[in-house]
Design a binder for this molecule. Structure first.
Ligand SMILES: CC(C)(COP(=O)(O)OP(=O)(O)OC[C@H]1O[C@@H](n2cnc3c(N)ncnc32)[C@H](O)[C@@H]1OP(=O)(O)O)[C@@H](O)C(=O)NCCC(=O)NCCS
Length: 170
C-alpha cells in the first residue's frame, strides 16, 4: 500500500479534481455507468453537488488523494424520505494504478464506520454481474446478493445483468 495515498471526506473545493477523476475513470473502466466523453457536468455543477453532499448529514463522499490528485472515491446517498432515509446507495471507483492494493477495503471500512454513527442501517449497490473484483470486495465486506437486474445495461453492444447487493448494519 503506497504511503503517499490518504483517504479523506470531499469538500466543494474538490470540484475540479473530482470531475477529472470521474472523467479518467470513464476512460479507464467499463464497469461504471458513463462512456468516455459522455460526462457533460460543468465544474460549477460539480461544486453544487459537493456543497449539497457536505450539507446533508446522511450523504457521504470519501476521496483517495495521491500527490495532490484524486485517485479514487466512494459515495453513499441516503434516501430522501422518512421511510428510506436509513438506506444509502453506494458507488465507488479507484484509478487502475491503485486497484488491488487494499484501498477498496479501506474505503468501505471507513464508510461502514460512518454509517453506524449516522443511523444508516442499510447499504446497497448494484454491480455488473461479471465484475468479479468488485463483487469479491463487496462479499468480503459482508454484502449479500439480493437479486438480478436482467439486461439492465448495454455495454459494447451487449446486454449486461447487474446484481443488487446490500449490507444490513442493525
Ligand atoms: C472494485 C474496486 C472498488 C475494488 O477496490 P480494490 O482496491 O481494487 O480492492 P481491494 O484491493 O481492496 O480488494 C478487496 C477484496 O476484494 C476481493 N478481490 C480483489 N481482487 C479480486 C478479484 N480479482 N477477484 C475476486 N475478488 C477480488 C478480495 O476479497 C479482496 O480482499 P482480500 O485480498 O483481503 O481477500 C476497484 O477495483 C475499482 O474501482 N475498479 C474499477 C471500477 C469498479 O469496478 N467500480 C465498482 C463498480 S460497482
Amino acid at each position: 500500500m503506497r504511503e503517499n495515498v490518504f483517504l479523506r471526506r470531499a469538500t466543494p473545493e474538490d470540484a475540479s479534481a473530482f470531475l477529472a477523476l470521474k472523467k479518467a475513470l470513464d476512460v479507464e473502466t467499463a464497469f461504471l455507468m458513463l462512456e468516455p466523453g459522455e460526462r457533460l457536468t460543468s465544474e460549477e455543477e460539480m461544486r453544487a453537488t459537493l456543497e449539497r453532499i457536505a450539507a446533508v448529514e446522511r450523504d457521504y463522499l470519501a476521496v483517495m488523494e495521491c500527490d495532490g490528485e484524486l485517485v479514487g472515491y466512494l459515495s453513499a446517498q441516503s434516501g430522501s424520505y422518512r421511510r428510506n432515509r436509513h438506506s444509502a446507495y453506494i458507488t465507488t471507483g479507484i484509478r487502475q494504478a491503485f486497484c488491488g492494493q487494499g484501498w477498496g477495503k479501506r474505503l468501505f471500512a471507513d464508510l461502514i464506520g460512518w454509517a453506524k454513527q449516522s443511523g444508516i442501517t442499510r447499504l446497497e449497490l448494484t454491480v455488473m454481474a461479471h465484475n468479479q473484483r468488485a463483487i469479491g470486495l463487496y462479499k468480503r465486506m459482508g454484502f449479500l446478493k439480493e437479486g438480478v437486474k436482467r439486461h439492465s445495461l448495454r455495454v459494447d453492444n451487449q446486454y449486461i445483468d447487474e446484481d443488487y447487493m446490500a449490507l444490513l448494519l442493525d
